[in-house]
Design a binder for this molecule. Structure first.
Ligand code: SAM
Ligand code: SF4
Length: 343
């Protein structure tokens, strides 16, 4: 699968959609609100930990909302809150409300580990949250605790139920597939959610960050489909343009829909419409690449909204074609750690 080529003759826009040199328009922003987390998933952060961002380097809730408003003026319509674990950020329901109130933003979603979401589900719903994704890699309590280095499976399952109960549906359950860790647990996950039409289970390929042994633990999505295909008949569902990177397949025997996200073996860089802002204000125009300078520095230098918008347009214009982790030769891991980027 090849990367996109720059579009000849395309000029940098002063208004209109947020374009890069490959004519990709960006309508979706993932905002990481913290790099901290109450879990320590083995595939997300190194065993010996990380140096946390300094508190004063985190964007305030008001700064986040201001930047989100500028993005909305430039065509962003969907925002997803992530982290670290977003629910550990103080004042998060308030931020959800601020984002939901921005003109032009029609979808505010969140990705959470589900550890402490259940008691606050209604609060988030009332604040304007539309949907959540919950991460869950196994239904075996002991293995779950091992993968998350201390997580509590019962709380996560309760959060999925609570999200369904308050109408944050469909709830998407994200399972990262890791060799020698949870491949034998995938069938149980499919069975467990087969009777839950409000939940869509998605399998995600393990992504290569420095220090997570990703090459040998990566499992291609086709291998996952082959494994499930020994028990069920899977049929691809027609794709809806602009609906994210998951490719859905239907389990014919039950009608259950499963999503497959394959950033490596069937990467989707050519249609990428996503931008990511880290908690410290670094804009990652590509998931694989660290972004400089930080929007935080520009905000705190006192730039006006117009000047900030020009700077953002410049950063997006400089977006690279895509990541190179799919190359057999010259394989290159992504910068940083997933916990700092937010997935
Ligand atoms: N703490 C929240 C959670 O776990 O859902 C949000 C942040 S987490 C970084 C976002 C998503 O990235 C989760 O679904 C997680 O499973 C996924 N993730 C983390 N490390 C990954 C990796 N190396 N490859 C693929 N997905 C990864
Ligand atoms: Fe925390 Fe989510 Fe990373 Fe797990 S995947 S360590 S829950 S940020």
């Amino acid at each position: 699968m090849s990367l996109p080529k720059p579009v000849e003759g395309l000029e940098r826009q002063a208004s209109g959609p947020l374009l890069d040199t490959f004519a990709r328009a960006h309508s979706y922003l993932r905002i990481s609100v913290t790099d901290r987390c109450n879990y320590r998933c083995t595939y997300c952060m190194p065993a010996d930990g990380l140096e946390w961002m300094k508190r004063e380097d985190l964007l305030s809730l008001e700064e986040i909302a201001r930047v989100a408003g500028l993005f909305a003026r430039m065509g962003v319509r969907g925002i997803r809150l992530t982290g670290g674990e977003p629910t550990v950020r103080r004042g998060l329901p308030q931020l959800v409300r601020m984002l939901a109130d921005i003109e032009g933003i029609d979808d505010v979603a969140m990705t959470t580990n589900g550890h402490s979401f259940a008691p606050q589900a209604q609060l988030y719903r009332d604040a304007g949250l539309n949907r959540i994704n919950v991460s869950l890699d196994t239904l075996r309590a002991d293995r779950f605790t091992e993968i998350t280095r201390g997580g509590d499976l019962a709380k996560v399952l309760a959060s999925i139920d609570a999200a369904v109960a308050v109408g944050l549906t469909p709830v998407k359950v994200n399972c990262v597939v890791v060799r020698d860790l949870n491949v034998h647990d995938l069938v149980d996950l499919v069975r467990y959610f087969s009777t839950r039409p409000d939940v869509i289970l998605r399998f995600i390929e393990y992504m290569p960050f420095s220090g997570n042994e990703s090459r040998k633990r990566h499992v291609p999505v086709q291998e996952v489909r082959d494994l499930l295909g020994e028990l069920w008949t899977l049929t691809p569902v027609a794709r809806t343009v602009g609906k994210g990177p998951a490719v859905n397949w239907r389990v014919e025997e039950t009608g259950q829909v499963l999503g497959f996200i394959s950033p490596i073996t069937e990467h989707f860089c050519d249609s990428c419409n996503r931008l990511r802002m880290q908690a410290d204000g670094h804009l990652r125009t590509c998931l694989s690449k660290d972004g400089t300078p930080s929007l935080r520095e520009l905000i705190r230098l006192g730039l006006t909204d117009d000047a900030l918008s020009v700077a953002i347009r410049g950063m997006v214009w400089g977006k690279i074609a895509g990541h190179e982790a799919h190359y057999e030769e010259g394989w290159r891991t992504f910068d940083g750690a997933m916990i700092q980027v937010g997935g």
